[in-house]
Design a protein. Structure first.
Length: 129
């Protein structure tokens, strides 16, 4: 029986409020209430991988001389709707708003993510400017 694959969105249409490096709170599932950092964001399928959470045991077959076989623990993807972003300023789980504000050294107007609770800009951990 063939399993129907979920269709991927084109990358220019795939948008998510959560990015790599963000701290998130898991709001549903077996790890509900736990916090972790996003190690990988997959906007085409609306999923994120959170370090150390949603762990599954995976059976690996040995591959020649390089890799040993056995059972490894692997962080599996979560749907982005099951996570909530933790604000970098107030430290509370929050929804995300988008705003155009003057940011950076040059005070150029850019689109930024804003906390719905404290109305401050959510820092982008991956960008260093």
């Amino acid at each position: 029986m063939a399993v129907k694959q979920k269709e991927k969105k084109p990358l220019h249409l795939a948008k998510m409020n959560i990015k790599k490096g963000d701290t998130v709170l898991i709001i549903t599932g077996k790890d509900r209430g736990k916090q972790g950092m996003v190690s990988r964001a997959m906007p085409q399928v609306n999923k994120v991988i959170v370090e150390g959470l949603n762990i599954a045991k995976k059976h690996i077959r040995p591959q020649g001389q390089n890799r040993q076989g056995g059972i490894i623990e692997k962080a599996m993807p979560l749907h982005v709707s099951n996570t909530m972003l933790i604000c970098t300023e107030c430290g509370e789980p929050t929804r995300v708003a988008h705003d155009r504000r003057a940011v950076g050294v040059d005070q150029k107007v850019r689109g930024v993510r804003v906390c719905k609770k404290c109305h401050k800009i959510i820092e982008d951990r991956t960008r260093s400017s």
